[in-house]
Design a protein around this ligand. Structure first.
Ligand SMILES: C[S@@+](CC[C@H](N)C(=O)[O-])C[C@H]1O[C@@H](n2cnc3c(N)ncnc32)[C@H](O)[C@@H]1O
Length: 308
């Protein structure tokens, strides 16, 4: 397979070669892709771990699951694909006796499939209901949050998860104009609250990010799952995380640095500095521009998956 950046019909995998190298993919290895998306990284892992490689792939989004299943059809004998949230990582591995593993990948955030898809509410570029759930079974939508939190709580969500300095003003405008049902309505209200567009970035970008993070409890799930992931790695197994915004990257950095320090260290950092896409990759795939890859290797023997 050509790992250089061929235009995929749905989602183009970010930092493809760097990911395979950071995972140190080897023939016969067992790997977990916690964020299957369109299956781009998963296909590359399967290709490089052949013959004999196995992949457990997870995605919370049933639509992503369908896309990944069809992309990975040729490897159906070597894959287990699970439509669940990665917060259940350890339980999933116990169920499928998938332990210990040679590498675990998280390619966080959303795929182009989700961002370009109609009706999911992730982007203000399409007019759709304010949903933003990765999985339609989740109980809370972005509309629920926007229309039910107090002004103070809403401002806190937008400030904390969106790192938005104008959060108070935005929350005030939102509360005044509720109920808000669609992405276009919300984007327009944020534009009014912030005095309209100034720079290159749309004024609603941070508010949309904050709501998505809140709806899917992204930061809590990431923290808790990183812990589980280290437990599942065999000696020499690799943990690789690609993140797309500073809050995610801070969690990954803190976690890996902490696990790699002191007498009880379980990890060794592979790259002290983050790996970022080349200018060529960014030109070809603009969505890659904010990507940061961190990798670490397990340096201790694992215990039983469910007892660690
Ligand atoms: C950037 S995309 C991954 C793209 C993939 N690496 C590829 O090459 O096609 C991120 C995927 O992770 C999934 N995801 C995000 N958070 C998740 C979670 N907590 N549990 C399971 N899947 C999650 C999203 O639904 C999305 O499909």
């Amino acid at each position: 397979m050509n790992l250089t950046m061929s235009a995929a019909p749905s989602h183009t995998a970010v930092l493809p070669e760097e990911t395979i190298e950071a995972l140190a993919v080897q023939p016969g290895g067992r790997y977990i892709d916690c964020t299957l998306g369109g299956g781009g990284h998963a296909a590359a892992i399967l290709e490089h771990s052949s013959p004999g490689g196995q992949l457990l792939g997870i995605d919370a989004d049933p639509e992503a699951m369908k896309a990944a299943k069809s992309r990975l059809e040729a490897y159906s004998g070597s894959t287990v694909l699970v439509n669940q949230n990665f917060i259940n990582l350890k339980a999933i591995c116990n169920k499928y006796h998938f332990f210990p593993v040679h590498g675990i990948l998280f390619d966080l955030g959303l795929s182009s499939l989700q961002l370009n898809g109609d009706g999911r509410g992730f982007s203000f570029r399409h007019d759709s209901p304010l949903d933003m759930r990765l999985n339609p079974q989740q109980p809370v939508t972005a509309a629920d949050i926007v229309n039910s939190l107090s002004e103070k709580e809403l401002a806190r969500v937008i400030k904390t998860f969106g790192e938005e300095s104008r959060s108070n003003q935005i929350a005030r405008y939102i509360v005044r104009q509720r109920p808000i049902k669609t992405t276009f309505e919300l984007a327009e209200i944020v534009e009014q609250a912030t005095g309209g567009r100034r720079g290159r970035i749309h004024p609603a970008t941070r508010t949309f990010l904050a709501l998505r993070i809140a709806v899917n409890e992204e930061l809590e799930h990431l923290k808790a799952t990183l812990e589980q992931a280290v437990d599942l790695l065999g000696l020499g197994g690799r943990l690789v995380v690609i993140s797309y915004h500073s809050l995610e990257d801070r969690i990954v950095k803190q976690f890996t640095h902490q696990e790699a320090s002191g007498e009880t260290a379980r990890l060794r950092l592979i790259n002290k500095k983050v790996i970022t896409p080349s200018l060529v990759e960014i030109r070809f795939n603009p969505r890659s521009r904010s990507a940061k890859l961190r990798a670490a290797e397990r340096i201790t023997m694992p215990k039983e998956a469910n007892s660690e």
